[in-house]
Design a protein around this ligand. Structure first.
Ligand code: R5P
Length: 299
């Protein structure tokens, strides 16, 4: 069989990621599992699997963006039923919720990612694939093979196709993003810097220490894994412009864009904000299908 064709797999589209699941199935030449799903008026989820799945390899595609806990429960329901009916269940969770709580930052905090990993194992998930997990340490919680594939090359490609990068510099807003920004800058052969972001653990307020001067008259590309409230990008942009940046672009893998995040980023003067379709949003311009398909082709 052609290595890139996975006719032996079935793709199960979770309610949160139907488009991406269909795109992935097309890309690898797999069939789509026939599932009836609906939400009851009280918010409960309903599923019925209409195909025989005994001894089939099935990849559930379900991202866990808001409503986070509903999307997680839907994933667990699907995985449990498919395992119970004799399938080998794999989960692609393009945006892995709770990955930011991979440790206790304050005494007494629940390590949510650890609980999530136990739940996945309990419903029979045999392999997990996600896109740019917040911190690779998080993969250590999973007792099944767990992989994080990176969309950074796709984001780099977007910028190289759409912009003149002769004055560009890549910036990570915090130390946690160092590896990502380094990889991004290496692909584009541009310089990179890591900012010193401090976030108040109680209020969520963001401040930057030691703002640098290398951005004078530069086109800054901010590279982050998640845009949630938008505060990180907003405050970074205001500071970078004060420090003399000519233009500021913002990119992320997972555009959560909670509340007025996009407006506050635009008000801060960002030229363009882009993200991937791990989460559907108005800025999800980059399709992660190729990196997920490439990963499946190696199995
Ligand atoms: C933090 O460590 C992450 O890498 C992102 O910078 C953060 O989640 C962004 O959150 P917000 O948009 O709420 O500032």
């Amino acid at each position: 069989m052609n290595k890139s064709s996975r006719k032996d797999w079935l793709i199960a589209p979770g309610p949160a990621s139907k488009e991406l699941a269909v795109s992935l199935a097309k890309s690898i030449g797999a069939d789509i599992l026939d599932i009836d799903s609906k939400l009851f008026p009280d918010g409960e989820s309903y599923f019925r699997i209409k195909d025989d799945v005994m001894n089939k390899k099935i990849v559930i595609v379900q991202s866990t963006y808001p409503p986070v806990d509903r999307h997680i429960l839907q994933l667990l329901f699907l995985a449990h039923k498919l395992s119970e009916d004799g399938a080998e269940v794999h989960a692609i969770i393009p945006y892995l919720a709770y990955a930011r709580q991979h440790k206790a930052f304050l005494q007494g905090e629940v390590i949510s990612l650890s609980i999530f990993s136990h739940l996945l194992r309990s419903v029979g998930v045999k392999r997990l694939v996600t896109v740019d997990i917040h911190n690779v340490e998080g993969l250590g919680f999973f007792s099944m093979p767990a992989y994080s594939v990176s969309a950074i090359p796709l984001i780099a490609e977007y910028f190289s196709k759409n912009y003149d990068l002769s004055k560009a510099i890549a910036i990570s807003p915090d130390f946690g993003g160092s590896v990502r920004v380094e990889a991004f800058a290496k692909i584009l052969k541009i310089n990179h810097i890591v900012l010193n972001k401090l976030r108040d653990k109680i209020t969520g307020e963001v401040v930057f220490k030691d703002m640098i001067e290398q951005v004078q008259n530069k086109d800054v590309i901010l590279v982050d894994d998640i845009i949630s409230s938008g505060k990180t990008i907003e405050i970074a942009t205001i500071n970078l412009k004060k420090a003399g940046a000519r233009r500021v672009f913002a990119s992320c893998i997972h555009p959560l864009l909670v509340g007025d995040a996009l407006d506050r980023i635009k008000r801060a003067g960002v030229e363009e904000v882009i993200g991937t379709n791990t989460i559907p949003s108005p800025i999800s311009k980059i399709d992660v299908t190729p990196i997920l398909a490439a990963h499946l082709s190696t199995l």
